[in-house]
Design a protein around this ligand. Structure first.
Ligand SMILES: *Cc1c(COP(=O)(O)O)cnc(C)c1O
Length: 382
């Protein structure tokens, strides 16, 4: 957004705002008018069906955020105390928390230096007798090397649980992310490519996992049966409201449009910054479509001539908001206290944490805004 007057233009570009330009309002109004505001409403089912289909999956189970969605997937696969789950060191902490919730232990693998996803050449050395699953994360919308992950999972008889929170609609080898898993997880937080404000969903191909997720999600009440108040398993209340699902359905209707906007913006950033030395972009995984959740750049300070902190401050002074990248899992006190092994080297994650950050990334960012941001970065270079 820009405010113009005769002398100057004041810029104020937030890092990522939601974009709601379809049927969101109409569907939410329908929930209000009919009184269907809890999780027992028609939009929940409609959202689950349409999003599962969008992910090349048979079933979806909507939940209240992407963190519990990961937990539900792990719990439904029977992962628990004594088990280990392999995940990338460079990820949002929810990926690791969800494993801790089950009592299992997260095991970290450094990022690949080009794609910033889990380094598939370093997975096998972390596998032990206790390993039950691989939890790959499609970082910033870039699909992981699923061919290699599938090969390893098959060889060691491991589950795959994709954390696709950042990658709605991304494809690998022509197939949608989410469809490579036993159970996959998505988030619909406000800054994600598709949003319900707060929300999440697990998607799957097999009915047995669909039934297990529906059962655990709703207090372990019997599914598709008369309600009785006797419970055989510790269940969760992870239900999504009809109001949130109404927003979600409207978002899925626009999913491909939003995806194209994100990709187009990312390509504009790359184009405008292509001659600026010392700025590196994430490299797309081969055979894949990266849906470009966040426009992330990695600085080589010696080449660019300024540190990340200096560039961020310069952008801030000129009305451009940015965000830092994740700190590696091997450096998180809570995870080390939990018993995770933080020893060893994670140079790629550490470099991303130290020298990387996000530029504004909303789907509806204008070409002029992107040009303005890139000019600031260009002119600041020493
Ligand atoms: C956003 C995100 C989550 C968590 O989703 P919430 O809906 O915020 O709980 C999990 N994993 C990754 C990789 C994310 O980016």
């Amino acid at each position: 957004m820009s405010i113009h007057n005769s002398q100057l233009t004041i810029h104020n570009i937030p890092v990522c705002e939601p974009y709601l330009n379809g049927n969101e309002k109409a569907y939410v109004a329908d929930c209000m008018e009919t009184g269907w505001i809890s999780s027992s409403g028609k939009y929940v089912k409609a959202f689950e069906e349409s999003f599962a289909k969008y992910c090349d999956c048979n079933y979806g189970v909507a939940v209240c955020n992407g963190t519990v969605s990961l937990h539900l997937a792990l719990a439904a696969l029977g992962i628990g105390k004594g088990d280990e789950v392999i995940l990338p060191d460079f990820t949002m902490i929810a990926s690791a928390y969800s494993v801790c919730y089950t009592g299992a232990k997260p095991v970290f693998v450094d990022a690949d230096k080009d794609t910033w996803n889990i380094d598939v050449t370093k997975i096998e050395e972390k596998i032990t007798d206790k390993t039950k699953a691989i939890l790959p994360v499609h970082i910033f919308g870039n699909p992981c090397n699923m061919k290699e992950i599938e090969r390893i999972a098959k060889k060691y008889n491991l589950f795959i649980i994709e954390d696709a929170a950042e990658a709605h609609g991304a494809t690998y080898d022509g197939k949608k992310v989410g469809s490579f898993s036993d159970i996959a997880s998505f988030s619909f937080f406000a800054n994600k490519n598709l949003t319900t404000g707060e929300g999440g969903m697990v998607v799957m191909k097999e009915q047995k996992y669909y039934d297990k997720c529906r059962y655990l999600k709703n207090m372990s009440f019997p599914i598709d049966a008369p309600r009785v108040y006797e419970h055989n398993d510790i269940g969760f209340n992870y239900r999504m409201s009809n109001i949130h699902a109404a927003i979600g359905l409207a978002q899925v209707e626009k999913a491909d449009e939003y995806k194209e906007m994100r990709i187009k913006n990312h390509n504009l950033y790359k184009e405008y910054l292509k001659d600026v030395k010392g700025i590196i972009f994430q490299k797309d995984e081969e055979n894949s479509v990266n849906v470009c959740w966040m426009n992330t750049i990695l600085l080589e300070p010696e080449i660019y001539g300024h540190t990340k902190e200096e560039l961020i401050a310069h952008l801030k002074e000129n009305g451009v908001d940015t965000r830092l990248l994740f700190t590696g899992m091997h450096r998180q006190k809570c995870l080390l206290d939990f018993g995770c092994d933080g020893s060893g080297e994670y140079p790629v994650t550490d470099n991303l944490t130290k020298n990387g950050f996000y530029l504004p990334s909303a789907s509806n960012l204008s070409k002029e805004d992107i040009e303005y941001i890139c000019n600031l970065i260009k002119e600041f270079r020493k």
